[in-house]
Structure formats: structure tokens, C-alpha cells
Design a protein around this ligand. Structure first.
Ligand code: PMP
Length: 381
């Protein structure tokens, strides 16, 4: 017999502030060309799939046991990857990981945010940030970006001084705009954050933790160094990365960060025990062994992005400078109509960002061609 649905005569004690809210997420539609969530369009090869499957099978023999809570082997390999990718020496004890960088940043706000505290960011930016704030009872404060989506340092310093944030959250490259922060800007913000956080238990000011979210870091253009290069100088800096984008492993759910061992120790306090499953750890380690192959498409995706930016500009559209694997373009008097016209032609992009703009992820050359053809039709070019 089917389970009976209880009648709705009991009121659940939903936390104030959550009334009527919808869960976050882009529509997951069954459409031929998916360019809406900044995924890597290239699936892993048969060889990588076989190796991951093998590693997971070996881990499966031990699934009666809880996994390594501190996942030291994985942290060691992530540290090694960062050393190769950015030339920055970080030890395993400086690395933290969780189920996607979303969870890494939630850990940061669980450890450093909380009631009576502020998290400061600069809009437009990644729409999950206010949700981390909401879920950790941290107040969300959004400063502004300039018309070209860069940050004005004077404004940033004023916002820090005014709000004494516990955390300053900066995406670089930023989503949905693609804007990367110059290293000097990150450095200046780290300096402004010293003694600019909330008052500590001894009555003395703390530093604001500066989080640079480099989810799209590997797609940055030549000459834009990673904020990882500043780690040695700023103990209140954390740089977050993910295997979801450049690695092409969004389905794996593995994000990580690098910071000081002391900062990482604070995150270890708030994580749930065994939050990274043995399956996740095994699959991530296997994927990291194939990083050369998995990352091979990064250069072509960058080239594809730059060509797409050029093509959109040649057609008279406004396009934000992008260091990521997506492009924000506009301006449309009715962006929904354009988005919908593309969808009707089998191309799903994202209606996100300031009014009038749309965001398209960089796909394979075939997907880009389909996007261009659809856009030409929709705009009557
Ligand atoms: N940061 C930014 C700026 C993002 O755009 C995303 C994904 N859209 C994430 C973090 C989270 O990615 P994940 O949880 O898959 O690591």
C-alpha cells in the first residue's frame, strides 16, 4: 500500500527568514547544448574513467569502515597540484577540502562568521554567497563593482572600515562577470583587512579573513598571477579552488583551499566528521593522477573564450573582460526573450547578472557554433 501523505494540519517551525524561499540552482533542462553552469564540456577519457572506477572499487572493499577523517593523502596531492599549477609551495597541513568549494566556503563562514558578524562582498557576484551568509546567520553586506565590474580600492577600504567584516569574500575570476582581480588589489585588501575585523574576546581587533575564490583560476589569462602567491605574506588569506571547472570533475564534488595551518585548524572544528567519503577521496586521487590529461583542454577553452568575446564584440554587443570559462554579454532590452529564443533553438545559457546581461559558458567548438547560429537567428543578424 502506498504511504499516506499526512494532511498539512501541522505547522513546521521553519526558521524565520526562510519562509517562501526556493532552493538555489539553475534549471536542469534536457537540452542538446548546455552552456549554463560553467561546466567543462569535455568528459573524462575511457582511460581516466577506468582508473577512477578501479580506485573506487578498491575503496569499496573498505566501505564498512569510516574514511580517513583528515584525508591526508588527498591534501598532499592537492598541495602538489597547486605547487605545479601556481609555483607556490604549500604543505598538506595548509590544504583543506570539502564537497565542492561551496562547502569549503560554508566551512569558512561557519568558523569565522555567525550572529553579529558581517561578510563583505562586491556585487554583482556569485549568487551562492548570500546563501552561505544566511545559513550561518552572518549578515550579508554587498559593496559595489564599477561599471566594468572591477573593484575600486577606495570603496573597498571604506566598506571594510565601515562594516568590520569577519570575512571578505572575493571571487577572482568573478562569477558572473569573469573579472579577475589584479594581485595588487588582493594585496591591498589583505593589508586593509589587518585589525579591521570584529573585536576579539580580549577586546582587541581581529583581522578580517580575506577569501579569494579562484574556482575559475586556471582559466585566467597570462600575466594574472594567482592569489596563492600572496599566501606566505598574509596569514588571514585563504584561496579557494575546485575540481569542478578546469579539471572537468563537477560531478565529483571536490573543492579545496590553501591557507595557513592555523586557519585550516579552525575549519577542522566545524566540519562534520568524515565529510569526504572514501569514494570521493579515491575518485579525487585517481583524477589528480590524470591531471595532465584532464587539464589539457584548459588552453583550448581559453582560446575558445577569447574568440567568442571577439565574435560578440564584432557584432556590436557589450562583453565583459573574461578570465573565466564563461562570457557575460549584452545589453538586451529584454534579456529573457533572448534567453528563451536560444532555448527554443536547443541552447541553454544563463539569465544572470545585472539587468540586460546574459552569461554563456564556453563549450566545445561545436557547441559554440550552435550558440552563435542560434544567437544570429534570435537577433536577426
Ligand atoms: N565559486 C564560484 C565563483 C562558482 O561560480 C562556483 C560554481 N558555480 C563555485 C564557487 C562552486 O563550485 P563547486 O562547489 O562545484 O566547487
Amino acid at each position: 500500500t502506498p504511504a499516506e501523505t499526512p494532511t498539512a494540519d501541522v505547522r513546521l517551525p521553519l526558521r524565520p527568514g526562510l519562509e517562501g524561499l526556493e532552493p538555489y540552482g539553475a534549471p536542469q533542462l534536457d537540452v542538446p547544448v548546455l552552456l549554463n553552469v560553467n561546466e567543462n564540456p569535455y568528459p573524462p577519457s575511457e582511460a581516466v574513467v577506468a582508473d577512477i572506477a578501479d580506485a573506487v572499487a578498491r575503496a569499496a572493499h573498505g566501505l564498512n569502515r569510516y574514511p580517513d577523517r583528515d584525508f591526508l593523502e588527498l591534501r598532499t596531492e592537492l598541495a602538489e597540484y597547486l605547487r605545479v599549477e601556481s609555483g607556490v609551495d604549500v604543505g598538506a597541513e595548509q590544504v583543506w577540502a570539502a564537497n565542492g568549494s561551496n562547502e569549503v566556503m560554508l566551512h569558512l563562514l561557519q568558523a569565522f562568521g555567525g550572529p553579529g558578524r558581517n561578510v563583505l562582498s562586491f556585487a554583482p557576484t556569485y549568487s551562492m554567497y548570500p546563501e552561505y551568509a544566511r545559513d550561518t546567520l552572518t549578515a550579508w553586506v554587498a559593496g559595489r563593482r564599477e561599471a566594468d565590474f572591477t573593484l575600486d580600492l577606495t570603496h573597498v577600504r571604506e566598506q571594510i572600515a565601515e562594516h568590520r567584516p569577519a570575512v571578505v569574500l572575493l571571487a577572482s575570476p568573478n562569477n558572473p562577470t569573469g573579472t579577475a582581480l589584479p594581485l595588487e588589489t588582493v594585496e591591498a585588501i589583505c593589508e586593509a583587512a589587518v585589525d579591521a575585523g570584529p573585536t576579539g574576546p580580549d577586546g582587541a581587533p581581529t583581522a578580517a579573513v580575506v577569501v579569494v575564490d579562484e574556482a575559475y583560476g586556471e582559466f585566467r589569462r597570462e600575466g594574472v598571477p594567482s592569489a596563492l602567491t600572496l599566501l606566505g605574506r598574509h596569514p588571514h588569506l585563504a584561496v579557494s579552488r575546485t575540481m569542478s571547472k578546469a579539471f572537468g570533475m563537477a560531478g565529483l564534488r571536490l573543492g579545496y583551499l590553501a591557507a595557513t595551518p592555523a586557519l585550516v585548524d579552525h575549519l577542522r572544528v566545524v566540519r562534520l566528521p568524515y565529510h569526504l567519503s572514501a569514494v570521493t577521496q579515491a575518485a579525487a586521487l585517481a583524477a589528480l593522477r590524470h591531471r595532465g590529461e584532464l587539464m589539457a583542454q584548459v588552453a583550448s577553452l581559453r582560446a575558445e573564450r577569447d574568440a567568442l568575446v571577439g565574435w560578440l564584440r564584432d557584432h556590436g554587443l557589450e562583453v565583459a573582460e573574461s578570465d573565466a570559462n564563461f562570457v557575460l554579454f549584452g545589453l538586451f532590452p529584454d534579456r529573457h526573450e533572448v534567453w528563451n529564443g536560444l532555448l527554443e533553438r536547443g541552447v541553454l545559457i544563463r539569465e544572470v547578472g545585472p539587468e540586460g546581461w546574459l552569461r554563456v559558458s564556453v563549450g566545445t567548438p561545436q557547441e559554440t557554433a550552435a550558440f552563435k547560429a542560434a544567437l544570429e537567428e534570435v537577433l536577426g543578424w
